[in-house]
Design a protein around this ligand. Structure first.
Ligand code: SF4
Ligand code: SF4
Length: 272
């Protein structure tokens, strides 16, 4: 569902709501990891609903709502509709909320077979056949990518909203961060397949700075050229199976990657 250009938050002490759907809580933890900044932030923002931090609950409407997690059950789908009704500015945070996340790995699988393999009582598991991002259900005002989201990006988004400005999220790829850091490219210098060229900047290129490839946890960059990237890593020795595995990862259900994955699958079938 298309993002709506919501007005900036201008109330004196905006109310913040933080909600969780299907997720591991890692992105909410980034908020708690503010530590020093959290106290200063609490002076400027009323933390109205954040169950991971406090049992105090102030009912909506809320000025800014952060939503972690994907929609995997009918209950999630109903909850996110109700949350949206009470949210002036809704930010989806993290790979689960913006792409479907780890839960979306089941989207191309036999869910009944997976339930039977994982749970002793599969009949008790009421789940939708697919796990989908928040934007598939309600309009979203901003999406913060990453698994987990960057603490600095999250703080910047909240501060900008407090100042009445819309978020200015990065659009470049992780490669730009390697260049800024002066990190030698693992793809060019060692021929290691790396998702950096098609992955959204924001983490500071952590993995290449430690000598390993990026596996794309921040999700796709804006308008990624997946075909050119696939051709490059396959020239370096990656098999088509590996290329597809790298794309189908935790952000594989994200809209920018779905068509590219299908195109690669079609060309693979055509070649066999
Ligand atoms: S190491 Fe990866 S992310 Fe860094 S410049 Fe090379 S391809 Fe890009
Ligand atoms: S380098 Fe890639 S895989 Fe590593 S943290 Fe950054 S986006 Fe995630």
């Amino acid at each position: 569902m298309k993002a709506v250009p919501a007005p900036p938050v201008t109330t004196e002490r905006p109310r913040l709501g933080v909600f969780k759907l299907a997720s591991c809580d890692g992105c909410q933890l980034q908020l708690l990891n503010f530590e020093d900044e959290l106290l200063a932030l609490a002076d400027r923002i009323e933390i109205a609903h954040f169950l991971e931090a406090s049992s105090r609950v102030v009912e909506g409407p809320w000025d800014v709502v952060l939503v972690e997690g994907s929609v995997t059950t009918a209950h999630d789908a109903e909850r996110i509709r109700r949350i949206r009704e009470q949210a002036r500015y809704l930010v989806a945070i993290g790979a689960c909320a913006v792409s479907g996340g780890i839960q979306a790995l089941r989207n191309g699988a036999d869910v009944a077979a997976w339930k039977a393999a994982v749970y002793p009582q599969p009949a008790w598991i009421a789940t939708l056949p697919t796990s989908t991002p928040v934007s598939a259900h309600v309009p979203v005002d901003a999406e913060l990518q990453g698994c987990p989201v960057s603490r600095e990006q999250l703080l910047r988004v909240l501060l900008r909203l407090l100042l009445g400005a819309t978020p200015d999220l990065p659009i470049a790829s992780v490669c730009l961060e390697c260049k800024r850091n002066g990190t030698a490219c693992v793809l060019v210098t060692r021929g290691v397949p790396c998702n950096g060229p098609i992955t959204r900047a924001g983490c500071g290129a952590i993995c290449p700075s430690l000598g390993r490839d990026c596996y794309g946890c921040f999700g796709p960059s804006v308008d990624p050229n997946v075909a050119a990237w696939a051709a490059q890593i396959e020239r370096n020795g990656a098999t088509r199976e590996e290329t597809l595995r790298r794309l189908r990862h935790i952000n594989g259900a994200r809209r920018e990657l779905v068509a590219a994955i299908e195109e690669l699958e079609r060309s693979t079938e055509g070649a066999t």
